[in-house]
Write a protein that binds this ligand. Structure first.
Ligand code: GLC
Ligand code: CA
Length: 540
């Protein structure tokens, strides 16, 4: 067994600060709002709060365009508020994970403002410049990835929005500066880092290599050495890829990252041969299961898995992995299926309430730079999609649909603030789906998440869930996902029906005890039949 780490048994909860809780009623969530909800989060049982970028930013991409890594975004509060948040977390044995955007900055960042001053400015080489827009490279947010800069008559490269110029990681000064920024926060007691699109920092644009460039791992390792490797923290990299790339990043001897989000399952609802995110396709749960198994087996004992089904870039999981007709059952089943695997569970705000994607019918109601970028590209410029099809796809996969304000109660604006405007519309279903109501309902999705977390942390089973081995059984049954977790004398089976049909099963063991059931069933010694989206956890 590999070395144990303090974070191995912890649960991560993703907070999208802009939408979490608005304490000063300006329509935008803030740090004081987060502080006011720490007891709610403690009650749920989560330990580590991953905050998406909270630094100074013009908010073209909601903070993923950083204008100063050392300063808190004034929309969210100030550096002192962050100190208070860290301290308040500490009192509750909770930790903060920050989001480091290393691939690019905001065009308003001092480095870029300097770089614009001319070719001989010392910061010019912090970014990527070219006399020509090479290889017709396209931005992830639509349109060209090259932007012309008239003063110097050169183009700069931006993988994302025009206002997000890519840093030039070939320049060692970029590494040095970034390490300083990271250490500033780690010295304040931040205990984790989520690295944004980290697989892109080894790019060699002039050879047309974007992701997983030849010097990527060397760079991440160097950053580890200069910065976070000197602190006892947990790291996760956003690194769209596959099993091999995940292993490359996370094998402990390489000293790079603890785990990655590779998104192999969660991106399977988009057709990348067409318009990617804007051509959603129905999910193939068998593929999801096989992929989850592949990562369980592939990373087992070598490194560590991140268990994620939802985040601020993906549609809500009920609408992707579940079924709105079995709303409550499928929400619970998805949680059981994913969070008892080996690895670190990540829960996105509102997921624990069963929040759903909002329906948006008017392009003007979107704030997201990605939606507007592709609307211009696909609908207006290239005319390859109709507006109707585009909006339909957005309702399933676009990011704003899951970034609506957190639903705290059934008062105006769902209790996100006291009734003033909100930066994005509140989902009208907040009267039914909200924290206050769910806290008081023993059978709510919230209370099910809470029970699931308690079970995962129960001292009788915790070691088994965290370190026990994983074994899939009856793999050929395509609608079922059954696996066992085993350590010493403890044997746990997780039994999930991933679809809306009844299923028959025949388990190769005798049940000892039911630990959790989303149908509140008590099986005595055997199970023959599963209801739609039924999920049961038993010892045997
Ligand atoms: C990541 C973030 C996303 C952001 C992008 C650019 O994918 O999760 O929200 O837009 O990187 O920083
Ligand atoms: Ca506010």
């Amino acid at each position: 067994m590999k070395l144990k780490k303090w974070w191995h048994d912890k649960i991560v909860y993703e907070i999208y600060p802009k939408s979490f809780m608005d304490a000063n009623n300006d329509g935008i969530g803030d740090i004081k709002g987060i502080i006011s909800k720490l007891d709610y989060l403690k009650n749920l049982g989560v330990d580590i709060l991953w905050l998406t970028p909270f630094y100074k930013s013009p908010m073209k991409d909601n903070g993923y365009d950083v204008a100063n890594y050392l300063e808190v975004n004034s929309l969210f509060g100030n550096n002192e508020d962050m100190d208070i948040l860290i301290a308040e977390c500490k009192k509750r044995n909770m930790y903060i994970m920050m989001d480091i955007v290393a691939n690019h900055t905001s065009s308003e960042h001092f480095w870029f403002q300097e770089a614009l001053k001319g070719k001989d400015n010392p910061y010019r080489d912090f970014y990527i410049w070219s006399d020509k827009p090479l290889y017709n490279l396209q931005s992830t947010f639509g349109g060209s990835a090259w932007e012309y800069e008239p003063n110097s008559k050169q183009y700069y490269f931006h993988e994302f929005a025009v206002e997000q110029p890519d840093l030039n990681w070939e320049n060692p000064k970029v590494m040095e500066e970034m390490a300083k920024c990271i250490n500033y926060w780690l010295d304040k007691g931040i205990k984790g880092i989520r690295f944004d699109v980290i697989h892109l920092i080894g790019k060699e644009i002039f050879k047309n290599i974007l992701a997983y460039g030849p010097t990527l791992h060397q760079k991440v390792h160097e950053l580890y050495k200069k910065s976070y490797g000197n602190y006892d923290i947990v790291t996760v990299g956003e690194a769209w890829g596959n099993l091999d790339t995940a292993i490359d990043f996370t094998s402990p001897e390489k000293e790079e990252l603890d785990m990655v989000f590779q998104f192999e399952c969660t991106s399977s609802t988009c057709d990348f041969t067409k318009f990617g995110k804007f051509s959603p396709k129905p999910i193939d749960m068998e593929f999801v299961k096989k992929t989850l198994i592949k990562y369980q087996e592939g990373l087992n004992d070598k490194s560590w898995n991140a268990l994620v089904v939802e985040n601020h870039d993906l549609g809500r999981c009920i609408q992707r992995f579940g079924d709105i007709n079995y709303y409550e059952k499928s929400a619970k089943e998805i949680a059981v299926m994913n969070y008892l695997l080996k690895g670190t569970p990540f829960i996105y705000q509102g997921q624990e309430l069963g929040m759903t994607n909002i329906k948006i019918d008017d392009i003007n109601d979107y704030d997201d730079v990605e939606v507007h970028g592709f609307y211009k590209d696909y609908v207006l410029d290239k005319k390859v999609m109709s507006e109707e099809d585009f909006l339909k796809a957005c309702n399933q996969e676009a990011r704003d649909n899951n970034r609506t304000p957190m639903q705290w109660d059934d008062s105006v604006n769902a209790g996100f603030n006291n009734g003033h405007k909100t930066w994005l519309k509140v989902n009208p279903n907040y009267k039914q789906i909200n924290a206050k109501q769910e806290l008081s309902d023993e059978n709510s999705i919230y209370n099910f998440y809470k029970k699931l977390i308690l079970l995962r942390k129960d001292e009788k089973y915790c070691e088994t869930f965290v370190y026990g081995d994983f074994k899939a059984i009856d793999v050929e049954k395509k609608n079922l996902f059954i696996y066992t977790r085993n350590l010493n004398d403890v044997h746990i089976a997780v039994i999930c029906n991933m679809r809306e049909h009844n299923e028959t099963i025949n388990l190769p063991f005798k049940i000892k005890k039911v630990l959790l059931s989303n149908y509140n069933k008590q099986y005595l010694d055997n199970i023959n039949k599963l209801e739609p989206y039924e999920a049961i956890v038993v010892t045997f």
